[in-house]
Design a protein around this ligand. Structure first.
Ligand SMILES: Nc1ncnc2c1ncn2[C@@H]1O[C@H](COP(=O)(O)OP(=O)(O)OP(=O)(O)O)[C@@H](O)[C@H]1O
Ligand SMILES: [Mg+2]
Length: 275
């Protein structure tokens, strides 16, 4: 991988990287489109990273379909599909990890201990293997994006990061590989997440600036759907993801919830809404 990347750079070509866990959907492919617009050679990586899954999470049943991913990726203009094995990424004896700071302790980090250490470690490895000039990440995983920005900034890596707007189904559901777990009924219940975000956006547009009021509107929408169990509602400042009491257009509103046994996340920034 590094030899290919060196050859690209020697030929004056800029490399764009799109890291994924596969089971590709239009969200991933929007990242590919963005990388293609901005660079000359696009690498899409597929790696279901065991390090970022908790012991009781869904690593074993995570959806996979490499033949389908391969044809989707190449028909969208990906130049290299990079699919390392677990042994290759974490051979026996591998022990060094990238540890995030305080920003990883709340929200997803609190719900999933060790998750962001796993994410930052694999992204660090992918960056060093692929040597990209630019990498694309989705806004759907807002805390991940925030922490990768911090890592690149704090460790002085010369990599440009591009955030891509969340791609949604026509009815508002954010695309996610884990949507494959949902039954038809759960798929319908899952719409409560985007509906609650929309309620917060509407309330903001009508002039509401108090976070507890926005949260109340969101809870009302979420509580109306008995199949949905909320893990957190975050109303937070965009760079640090610290909770804030008085919102503005840049404020992030995020939800994590379980629908049946499937854990879903979604977020908006208040001015933008569902987009
Ligand atoms: N709906 C979406 N729109 C835009 N980007 C997305 C979307 N869903 C995922 N991404 C981005 O794709 C990249 C790879 O994510 P990943 O492979 O975990 O997919 P995923 O759909 O989030 O899967 P899962 O739900 O299992 O986490 C990340 O940068 C993520 O933010
Ligand atoms: Mg994901």
């Amino acid at each position: 991988m590094q030899a290919w990347s060196r050859a690209q750079h020697d030929a004056g070509r800029r490399i764009g990287l799109v890291p994924t866990m596969g089971y590709l959907h239009e969200g991933h492919l929007a990242l590919v489109d963005e990388a293609r617009r901005r660079t000359d050679a696009v690498v899409l990586s597929i790696f279901v990273n065991p390090l970022q899954f908790g012991p009781r999470e869904d690593l074993a049943r995570y959806p996979r379909d490499l033949p389908r991913d391969r044809s989707l990726a190449f028909s969208r203009g990906v130049d290299i599909l990079f699919v390392p094995s677990v042994d290759m990424m974490y051979p026996p004896g591998s022990e060094v990890r990238v540890t995030p700071g305080e920003t990883a302790e709340r929200w997803e980090g609190a719900a999933r201990p060790g998750h962001f250490t796993g994410v930052l470690t694999v992204v660090a490895k992918l960056f060093h293997l692929v040597q990209p000039d630019l990498a694309c990440f989705g806004q759907k995983d807002i805390q991940q994006l925030t922490l990768i920005r911090r890592m690149v900034h704090d460790l002085d890596w010369p990599i440009e990061l591009v955030a891509v707007r969340t791609v949604r189904e026509a009815d508002g559901l954010a695309l996610s590989s884990r949507n494959a777990y949902l039954s038809a009924d759960e798929r319908r219940q899952a719409l409560a997440l985007s509906r609650a975000l929309l309620a917060a956006h509407r309330s903001f547009c009508e002039g509401e600036r108090e976070a507890p009021m926005l949260e109340k509107h969101m809870r009302r929408v979420l509580d109306a759907e008995p199949g949905v169990r909320v893990e957190y509602i975050a109303i937070a400042e965009p760079e640090s993801l610290r909770p804030i009491a008085t919102v503005d257009g840049r404020t992030i509103v995020a939800i994590a919830a379980r629908v049946g046994s499937t854990r879903l996340i979604d977020n908006i920034n208040l001015a933008q809404g569902l987009g």
